[in-house]
Design a protein around this ligand. Structure first.
Ligand SMILES: [Zn+2]
Length: 297
């Protein structure tokens, strides 16, 4: 039975009409429970683990809700103690999923993928960078020697790339819209930019052309996957045109590479801003179900 960790029990208050789809987390957790998944409440991340990715001054400012107005605008969320707890649970869920993956082959964080968080600042709805925290926690513990971050959210994993630049233990890979946010890109170890409007064929071709070779060259001990579904046609912030079947094929490609190499896989949700939140939830559920089927086979 697949096992997921969710922070849906700790929603952060947002003003009416806010663009962030806070409801998707509880809806997805409930949907997977109905399908027979075990979904546990995500634990809060440890302070010492957050410090593996972030500067002390930034962590202190977040903790005290003391970001200045400009920093808060860049983050995209109003500060609150609830947001801090929710964000720590999002990271804790990814750390727990990564540990679970090492023991069981697949671990699922039903949040996270907050790849726009830098060492010293948050951006684009990302307070902490759960991918870097999870990677470095397991690396520092000696549980793994090399981690590959596969970031297939439609937006470039700029924070992850920036924090991990010069950290040879973490290899970063990002497939994203070339002209989409973030408009100033950071250098991942391998970036695969796509044109606006790219659909299933162009996307899957680009993935097949680049990921298997990188995977073979890196031979990771763990893959952290950012499986944002903002690649879907109709996503408000996406600009690509993938179908739900395309998302499933994308996610299956990642899972099959892991299965063939015997590499543990921990997944995170990333973005998804379809006008109908049900479409976002359905795409996440379909992708995760496909991943679980591959790794259970
Ligand atoms: Zn995104």
């Amino acid at each position: 039975m697949p096992h997921g960790f969710s922070p849906a029990h700790l929603p952060a208050p947002l003003p009416p009409g806010h663009r962030f789809p806070m409801t998707k987390y509880a809806l997805l957790a409930e949907r997977l429970r109905v399908d027979g998944w075990a979904v546990a409440p995500a634990p809060l991340a440890e302070e010492a683990d957050l410090a593996r990715a972030h500067d002390p001054a930034y962590l202190a400012a977040i903790e005290r809700c003391a970001l200045d107005a400009r920093a808060e605008r860049r983050l995209g969320f109003p500060q609150s103690p609830e947001l801090v707890r929710r964000s720590k649970a999002s990271v804790g869920g990814t750390v727990a999923a990564a540990r679970w993956a090492l023991g069981h082959g697949l671990g699922v964080s039903l949040a996270g993928g907050t790849h726009h968080a830098f060492a010293d600042r948050g951006e684009g709805f990302c307070v902490y960078n759960d991918l870097v925290v999870a990677a470095r926690t397991l690396l520092d513990e000696g549980a793994v020697g090399r981690v590959l971050v596969v970031d297939l959210d439609v937006h470039q994993g700029n924070g992850t790339a920036a924090i991990c630049a010069g950290d040879e233990r973490v290899v970063t890979y990002s497939v994203h819209g070339a002209r989409n946010y973030p408009f100033v890109k950071e250098a991942s170890d391998l970036d695969v930019p796509l044109d606006d409007g790219a659909g299933d064929r162009a996307y899957l071709d680009a993935l097949e052309r680049t990921l298997p070779a990188l995977f073979a060259a890196v031979a990771p001990d763990l893959v952290l996957y950012q499986g944002g579904v903002d690649v879907l046609d109709g996503d408000r912030f996406g600009r690509l045109t993938l179908t739900e079947g395309g998302v499933v094929a994308r996610d299956r490609t990642v899972a099959e590479l892991c299965r063939a190499a015997g590499t543990p896989l921990a997944t995170t949700l990333g973005g998804g801003y379809h006008g109908e939140v049900a479409r976002t939830v359905a795409a996440h559920a379909a992708g995760l179900t496909a991943i679980a089927a591959v790794l259970a086979a």
